[in-house]
Design a protein around this ligand. Structure first.
Ligand code: ZN
Length: 190
């Protein structure tokens, strides 16, 4: 069995035995808690972060990427946040980094080497050289990253000033959250 057949087999069983909580769960794409969570793609957060926050299906938008990074003024996460705010009723944002984030050990040089070794062309890597550096070599510690990402979102001219942007650190070993930035202290009450 390959991965795809495994997934499809699991899905067949899941749909057949669909738990009541999913059958009768009246939900929509509008998040009930009017909340957007922006976090890392780390596998240890799957099935762990949301329950650790008391967040259930239908309650929040969850946006993920490697190292919960913001790489430009209108990059993918900002786009998702803009849509969440103006189309889907989100009025609060939580940025969540985590301890032991793999991004802290990543480097553009190492990644380029691995890409070359796997047959990616030198030209293709050259095309993204500068971006690769900016993205990977500036991530030193998940804590600094949370502060910087919260700042980037809060000061982005596309994000309304009355939206609190919080920063939290998650411990992927015991599920504990620690506050790094209290967004209420920085937002304008309008
Ligand atoms: Zn991470």
């Amino acid at each position: 069995m390959n991965t795809l057949t495994e997934i499809l087999a699991a899905n067949k069983k899941f749909v057949k035995e669909l738990p009541d909580e999913f059958v009768n769960y009246n939900t929509s794409s509008i998040p009930k808690r009017q909340l957007a969570i922006f976090t890392c793609m780390d596998t240890r957060l799957v099935d762990f972060l949301e329950p650790a926050m008391g967040i259930r299906r239908g309650e929040a938008k969850v946006i993920k990427n490697a190292g919960n990074a913001i790489t430009g003024p209108f990059e993918a996460t900002i786009r998702s946040l803009v849509l969440s705010i103006f189309e889907l009723g989100v009025n609060e944002i939580v940025v969540i980094g985590h301890l032991d984030c793999g991004m802290a050990h990543a480097s553009s040089q190492e990644l380029s080497k691995k890409m070359l070794a796997k047959g990616i062309s030198q030209d293709a890597i050259k095309m993204i050289d500068k971006e690769l550096e900016q993205w990977l070599d500036n991530f030193h510690h998940p804590l600094d990253n949370i502060e910087s990402v919260v700042y980037k979102i809060r000061t982005n001219p596309l994000i309304p000033k009355n939206i609190p942007v919080h920063g939290l650190m998650f411990n992927p070993h015991n599920g504990e959250l620690q506050i790094i930035v209290d967004g209420y202290k920085h937002c304008e009450n309008t």
